[in-house]
Design a protein. Structure first.
Length: 370
């Protein structure tokens, strides 16, 4: 399939004599390195992730990318199109603690991951390590059980189809000096179907732990109530249910991050903090492991499939995909300044420094290609 690029969108456009049309263009590939003609390609320049001129093909969505787009269009542009990411060592302590807990749990359940490497890569401070370590050793001491046979980090593979009527949009792309209407270039369209334009939409992600009829999501948070409110988890869990019709329910395994403070009288060592957390968790496990049941040695809260508005989740993806395509056609990923200082309650957006200065600091940020 010919890959039409809007040359007006990129000042680095470099024409070639093959079907790529730009010397920097790279096709998207699947797990088996097969070429994905239907997906927006990548840019091989080091300061760019996606090809900003390839505006006729969709970019796969995920729960997190949708949240990024609905939060702030410019945030989505920076993180998903340009590929800007905060370097691991500059992430907030809460994210680092969550990453460490997630890694330890996966190793506990059989995954082959280096916990030491995660601590080093993310430069997790000794006190945070001590708290997560105390929490995990209490987890083992309590003899918490999980069902065997779960697939760790199982992939979400949801395929949708977006259909637009000809009166919905009349998009064009500039190829050289020629403006080409998108309705005329879709080689997959049949002549009798020229009254609409449709494109495939792939939604990706990962289940923390998946079984044939249910899945489990493991969360460590200082605000566990955020993961126990069905409205807060509607998008993510609804996506996971949509991806597999055999899933009947999910279990939110939510853990309270230890809030114990260091002593004001003397300096608290990491080992002392570890012991305090370990003892506190064992003395009141239901505070830390939400839904703790002493008899079954399990914790978590169960939600059933019919509690989620899956049709609304599906329609939301389809509409957001159209909104994203529209923003790519116009190049207008506008910022939502209300979010800059309050991305989450009391937490500023990690991209605020870029919006404020107009520069991407190589000390704090990096460009991730995948």
């Amino acid at each position: 399939m010919r890959n039409l690029l809007d040359t007006s969108k990129c000042k680095y456009f470099s024409p070639t004599f093959d079907n790529r049309e730009c010397s920097y263009y790279k096709y998207s590939e699947g797990e088996g390195f097969e070429q994905r003609d239907w997906e927006c390609g990548f840019c091989t320049r080091p300061e760019q992730k996606r090809c900003i001129a390839d505006i006729t093909r969709p970019i796969p969505l995920s729960h997190s990318s949708v949240e990024a787009f609905t939060s702030c269009h410019y945030y989505y542009y920076l993180t998903r199109i340009i590929g800007v990411s905060v370097k691991n060592e500059f992430l907030g302590s809460a994210l680092k603690a969550g990453k460490l807990w997630d890694t330890i749990k996966q190793v506990h359940l059989g995954a082959s991951i280096s916990i030491k490497k995660v601590i080093e890569d993310y430069q997790i401070d000794p006190m945070t390590v001590a708290k997560v370590r105390g929490l995990y050793h209490a987890y083992k001491e309590l003899g918490i059980e999980v069902d065997e046979g779960g697939e760790l980090q199982a992939k979400v593979d949801l395929k949708l189809n977006v259909k637009l009527g000809k009166n919905d949009f009349m998009p064009t792309v500039n190829v050289g000096k020629e403006a080409i209407n998108l309705w005329a270039i879709r080689e997959t369209q049949k002549e009798q179907d020229e009254h609409y334009w449709e494109f495939p939409l792939q939604v990706t992600g990962f289940y923390d732990r998946k079984y044939p009829t249910y899945f489990c999501e493991d969360k460590l948070s200082s605000r566990p109530e955020n993961y126990l409110d069905i409205f807060q988890i509607q998008s993510q869990n609804g996506t996971y249910f949509l991806a597999d019709p055999n899933l009947e329910y999910c279990i939110m395994e939510v853990v309270q991050f230890p809030q114990l403070r260091e002593s004001k009288k003397k300096e608290t060592t990491p080992e002392e903090m570890y012991k305090r957390v370990f003892d506190d968790v064992l003395s009141r496990p239901s505070k830390y492991f939400i839904g703790w049941n002493k008899e079954t040695r399990r914790y978590g809260k169960k939600y059933y499939r019919n509690e989620f508005n899956l049709e609304m989740v599906r329609k939301r993806y389809e509409q957001i995909a159209v909104d994203m395509m529209s923003a790519r056609w116009t190049g207008n990923f506008y910022p939502d300044w209300k979010r800059c200082s309050n991305k989450f309650p009391g937490i500023p957006c990690e991209m605020k420094a870029i919006c404020t200065t107009g520069c991407i600091s190589e000390t704090m940020y990096e460009i991730k290609k995948n």
